[in-house]
Design a protein around this ligand. Structure first.
Ligand code: GLA
Length: 376
């Protein structure tokens, strides 16, 4: 069943995912729901959000995953600027979190171990010796509930998921929600809310791979990146922070001014070579602050990222190696896209000097990230 709804109507209707809605005026902001196949025995739905200027975001219930984002270039031409697959099958196989909501704890936990309230926990080690992005079946690999949401800002869909006590080894029943809004100001806005009945670490983020030139149009090494961060968290060979907050000044990590991503990438080191580091955002944690600006000189597209999170993992697509064929048959090679994962710092649960991401029973975790698109 397809449903097409105008956001104006939504102001008056308490919507639910399974309901049918009267069609709204053609061409206005809308949300459309389509079937997107199955994950095991669960149906997967795709929600298509269109804002007043024709930008489109497609998000599916499997992993609350952004599968497509059509943004205008300097001539007003829309192109899909995120990597992914044409159908559900690609997402069900081994793939590197394209567009997914990751958690319960995004990024790494050293050796999958932590101690909380005097109890030791051992999580899955799914990234060499470490735990990565919530484990073997994290938030990216489950089917979320979804319903069209009411928003004056633009078309919106609310995804929710109950992560049960003990899931992937984490304590506490967590109710997680992600509200995706495609605002009429050209922003994709993500609002996360989590509650728990036991203290637990929570670090939810989105793992979109952006290529502002278009997902099938080559590497991102010529894109100019600004990161509003004076410091980063150096890592060991397994990408676990040493605990130090090091200045970026005078190093290949310095993106305080717009800098082509390829300018110093060979000097960064790593296996494979490239950026896969958490930056310490200059702003005040908990307040929306500028995180990054990304500009593609060829298409003129620009993306400004702001967030309430204290850190951002800048990942330059180092592990892409040409073995994945994505949308429209494009082969995703190294540096084909970058991720800017707004988050708390990696392995925070084992570093007392990092901002804590432990959510206390009864408290509410709130986090917002905005990706604003423009062109010049
Ligand atoms: C994150 C990590 C990377 C890599 C990707 C997925 O960005 O920091 O090291 O694991 O996810 O491939």
């Amino acid at each position: 069943m397809n449903a097409r709804i105008t956001t104006r109507l939504l102001t008056f209707i308490l919507a639910c995912g399974a309901c049918a809605f009267a069609a709204g005026a053609a061409g206005g902001p809308s949300v459309e729901k389509q079937p997107f196949g199955k994950a095991g025995d669960r149906d997967v739905d795709l929600y298509i959000l269109t804002n007043s200027s024709g930008m489109v975001a497609k998000v599916m219930t499997y992993g609350a995953t952004l599968t497509e984002l059509d943004a205008p270039d300097r001539n007003g031409k829309l192109d899909d600027v995120v990597l992914g697959f044409d159908g559900i099958d690609g997402y069900l196989g081994k793939e590197p979190y394209f567009g997914a909501t990751v958690g319960r704890v995004g990024n790494r936990i050293a050796k999958g171990r932590f101690t909380l309230d005097g109890k030791a926990y051992q999580l899955a080690t799914n990234d060499g010796p470490n735990h990565l992005h919530g484990g073997t079946k994290g938030f990216d690999k489950v089917v979320w509930d979804a319903r069209v949401a009411t928003s004056h800002a633009g078309p919106a869909v609310l995804f929710s998921y109950l992560s049960k006590d003990g899931e992937e080894g984490y304590p506490g029943n967590c109710r997680v929600s992600v509200l995706y809004t495609l605002t009429d100001a050209g922003e994709l806005r993500l609002d996360y809310t989590v509650t728990t009945d036991r203290d637990t670490p929570v670090n939810v983020t989105n793992h979109s791979y952006f290529n502002l030139g278009g997902a099938e149009n080559g590497d991102i090494l010529g894109d100019e990146l600004t990161l509003f961060a004076d410091r980063f968290t150096p890592v060991d060979a397994t990408l676990i922070p040493t605990g130090e907050l090091a200045p970026v000044a005078g190093t290949p990590m310095d993106f305080r001014r717009p800098t082509p991503i390829g300018a110093h990438i060979r000097e960064v080191g790593g296996h494979p070579v490239g950026y896969d580091h958490n930056y310490v955002v200059n702003g005040q944690a908990g307040k929306l602050s500028p995180v990054a600006a990304l500009y593609d000189p060829k298409s003129g597209r620009e993306m400004d990222v702001s967030s309430t999170e204290p850190g951002v993992q800048f990942y330059s697509g180092n592990f892409l190696d040409g073995t994945i064929t994505g949308k429209k048959g494009a082969v995703y090679r190294q540096y084909w896209a970058l991720a800017l994962e707004t988050q708390h710092f990696p392995d925070s649960v084992n570093h007392a000097n990092f901002p804590s991401y432990v959510l206390k029973a009864g408290d509410t975790y709130r986090s917002t990230t905005i990706y604003r698109f423009s062109a010049r």
